[in-house]
Design a protein. Structure first.
Length: 176
């Protein structure tokens, strides 16, 4: 960049801890869902305990959508030196989150996302994310009770740890 006729080299800058405006929208939606009054959730009260999803299951589903956008951003940013058509082809070919966490991640980084988290000291977050991924899939394929209150509580209690783990892996892969 040229400032007052002098050339300056600037490092990439980001909007605080999150990278895009829609990240803040996701976080605001997560907070709103968490703070929603309890009576709003009584719609599931007639289900048997073993068949009832958490009243706050939407929080986990919102988080997973947010997480998927961050994984795409990680791939796009870390592989930004690839020709755009190559990167876009790979992202189309590996469009599902599972294939991006395992297969595409292994192509780009020679490991999978969960093992990368473990290698950076975040084994508990890796285990939590694997569990949420499996439960989100079960929810989507006919078993909504897979997202129970324990899952919601574990996610909420570990959001900060998940964010710290994300930053550690992101920095290791984007700024080696």
């Amino acid at each position: 960049m040229i400032v007052d006729g002098e050339e300056m080299i600037l490092r990439p800058t980001f909007m605080g801890a999150e990278g895009r405006y829609n990240d803040y929208v996701y976080l605001q939606m997560l907070q709103r869902e968490w703070e929603r009054p309890a009576p709003d959730f009584e719609v599931f009260s007639h289900f048997a305990d073993s068949e009832r999803p958490s009243a706050r299951a939407a929080l986990v589903l919102l988080f997973w959508g947010y997480f998927e956008t961050r994984i795409e951003r990680l791939h796009r940013t870390a592989m930004r030196t690839l020709p755009p058509r190559v990167l876009n082809n790979q992202l189309r070919r590996y469009s599902g989150i599972g294939s991006r966490l395992y297969d595409l991640y292994k192509i780009f980084f020679d490991t999978n996302y969960f093992d990368d988290l473990r290698a950076h000291g975040h084994a508990a977050v890796a285990d939590l994310l694997k569990d949420i991924h499996e439960r989100r899939n079960e929810f989507a394929h006919g078993k909504p009770q897979a997202i129970n209150d324990a899952t919601v509580t574990a996610l909420v209690e570990n959001l900060q740890a998940e964010h710290e783990a994300w930053i550690a892996v992101y920095n290791a892969r984007v700024r080696p």
